[in-house]
Write a protein that binds this ligand. Structure first.
Ligand SMILES: [Zn+2]
Length: 309
């Protein structure tokens, strides 16, 4: 079975956030799981493969942002034999999600949080295993290898499925919405809060290309090929984002005005890139990208304010 891209319909949008189902013989693994509300979809995909929840050996999270790992506890509860694999810095958030949940409740408000994420329970330590950079775990007759990749978040890792020629990149190789791919590819990095680091983000992109994988499987959204060309696009965006960040650090505005400062510049960067890709957006697409423009600007403003001390 080829690795399956599962549409989680995050924020009620199609092809916005994915989970992946990998199979090796009678064993299965999920990579990323979106939210608690997506778990029934993930289990339905498993059943469609003729597999049981008990056949899931690994629940892998690229990082603990809630659109990637919000459903981990619920999925682990449904899959009794599964071990959750994560970056060492992600573990504490899985064992005790209270800080993650509290900060998301501040961002979204309680009503929206409940609608988007449902309940996020702590996971028992016995169900969670951290994986080192370069570590491998078996899935059926093949191995999956983990690459620690900072830049987007300090608790981020990618998964190399060399046997299939795939690398599952979470948010480390950008976002590429299928609806925006008509003509020149439109692939852009996530600089969302709170840990964007431009040199690390560049290193992650280069390391992903250096795996020699044929395909990158993006959480947002789906497989892409020609990783070398993708890296060129991403590195250019990361450079431009870093320039906005540096300008924000040294500008004479107070910290409270940095988000608007960054938004104006990131908004213009998106417009420039959309024009270069020959894209004219409909209303739905504009809304979809508005979310990313705001998140990317907020992430740069956050880091700029932090750097000012
Ligand atoms: Zn993320």
């Amino acid at each position: 079975m080829p690795t399956r891209t599962l549409d989680c319909f995050y924020l009620d949008q199609p092809e916005f956030a994915a989970a992946y189902l990998l199979r090796g013989g009678a064993e299965a693994a999920f990579v990323d799981n979106n939210t608690t509300l997506a778990v029934p979809r993930l289990l339905a995909a498993l059943a469609a493969e003729g597999l049981e929840p008990a056949d899931v050996r690994w629940i892998i999270v690229t990082h603990v942002h809630l659109d990637h790992a919000g459903g981990t506890a619920a999925l682990a509860a449904a899959c009794p034999s599964a071990t959750v694999l994560c970056h060492p810095r992600a573990e504490r958030h899985l064992l005790d999600p209270s800080r993650l949940v509290a900060s998301a409740r501040v961002v979204y408000g309680d009503a929206t949080f409940d609608r988007l994420y449902g309940t996020i329970d702590p996971i028992a330590a016995s169900r969670v295993r951290v994986v080192a950079d370069g570590e491998r775990v078996p899935l059926g007759s093949r191995d999956l290898e983990f690459l620690h990749t900072r830049g987007h978040a300090n608790h981020h890792m990618c998964i190399l499925d060399a046997h299939r020629g795939d690398v599952l990149t979470g948010d480390a190789f950008g976002l590429c919405y299928p609806t925006l791919q008509r003509g020149r590819r439109f692939l852009f990095p996530s600089t969302s809060p709170t840990e964007f680091d431009a040199p690390e983000a560049r290193a992650a992109v280069r390391r992903i290309v250096a795996t020699g994988a044929d395909r990158a499987l993006l959480t947002h959204f789906g497989p892409i090929t020609d990783l070398a060309a993708g890296a060129e696009d991403l590195l250019d965006w990361i450079d431009a984002s870093e320039a906005v960040l540096e300008a924000a650090v040294v500008c004479d505005l107070p910290n409270g005005a940095l988000e608007a400062f960054c938004f104006e510049r990131i908004d213009a960067l998106f417009d420039r890139k959309l024009a270069a890709a020959g894209l004219q957006l409909d209303t739905r697409e504009r809304d979809l990208l508005r979310h990313d423009r705001e998140l990317n600007a907020a992430g740069l403003a956050f880091v700029a304010a932090k750097r000012r001390g």
